[in-house]
Write a protein that binds this ligand. Sequence first.
Ligand code: ADP
Length: 445
Amino acid sequence: GSCAGNIVPNKTENGGRRDEGDRPDLAEQSLLNKMIRHTLVKNRNLVEVLQRDPTSPLYSVKTFEELRLKPQLLQGVYNMGFNRPSRIQENALPMMLAEPPQNLIAQSQSGTGKTAAFSLAMLSHVNPANKWTQCLCISPTYELAMQIGQVIQQMGKFYPEVKLAYAIRGNKMDRGSKLQEQIVIGTPGTVLDWCTKLKLIDPKKITVFVLDEADVMIATQGHQDQSIRIQRLLPKDCQMLLFSATFEDSVWKFAERIVPDPNIIKLKREEETVDTIKQFYASCNDKEDKFTALCNLYGSLTIAQAMIFCHTRKIASWLTAQLTKEGHLVALLSGEMTVEQRAAVIERFRCGKEKVLVTTNVCSRGIDVEQVSIVVNFDLPVDKDGRADCETYLHRIGRTGRFGKKGFAINMVDSPHSMNIIKQIEDHFNRKILKLNTDDLDEVE
Ligand code: ADP
């Protein structure tokens, strides 16, 4: 095949491993988002650019033509259905493709076009006549590395001279002979082995180094040190590029160690707001009563699409079973599922095969499902101490009412305690949460 690696990776034992704890596994979350995302996320914020040399002109492009890409690559880009650069690409691509090469640290949420951008940069910088590794890209997990590889293969579809190899566990290689693939993508440990112990890659010949998902990277034990050790093997004039979805201090410190003299590009995530969302509560006596109330609402829920949040996996599966028993078609997104299974559930929900998705908070945190009109809090979000968890509340209901659409949030209340939580949420956002009447949902689109 075209641009395909000669080295076929084996699925390794870590393939389906998951963090079973309460904390969502960042690498999994990121993978899931990549698996379910086929378009750019909408983001109306402006890109912030901090140039290393503030006196040099700031280039930004509105078209791919302006980048003077190789025709094979331009064809690849258009073949992927890209018409114009994304927000972040408008600024990042000219910097990455500049001569002499510039270093870059870029931060923007998942789905804003980072992977496509650095894939294009690597493909552009490669000299296919040279049969050695020139671009090195590291990513936190096997699965995420594979995702990047797929993007490079698609984009390089009309540029088959460029070959790609995966430096991931399970790809057993013999010591000594040098790789001929111009681009290598892998996880830090294996990449380090290939550069040092096995000497398959001469790090001094690397001209572009990419570190993707820096925030996920540093969350994994050992990856930070390995990444820094790889970076130290590279020549001084190697272009260094680092990407991250978030930017806490720890990520920032790490980024500065990986990328000397960086240009910095940031695109803030769109703030979530309760302002465009009509919020209601429904008074119930207990769990069964909440279920009955939900059934009464069901017609409204399925006019558009709804997500129902439960406190635990157990309640989520109970509710799903009850709704199914009533003859309703619902999907369940649950923590027991593999990433592939979860992606399949979300995909079905997305294309409307099921109109209602039942989930827990842990499971769906960080997942972008955009077209939900109604969010039902079957259980209200609370913290460890049983107080209102307003941040989670906002994340949950922030999925509705986006981009000019009307959103609805319905909170199931089954005790004085939960009514008190409603009060706390009202106070926190300074917005009334009204008692639900039967005709309140008439405007659901
Ligand atoms: P990130 O790495 O920031 O998560 P990706 O590069 O994976 O973002 O892009 C997110 C989605 O948008 C992918 O499905 C990708 O194919 C698509 N995409 C990327 N750039 C463009 C573009 N310029 N035009 C249209 N779609 C794009």
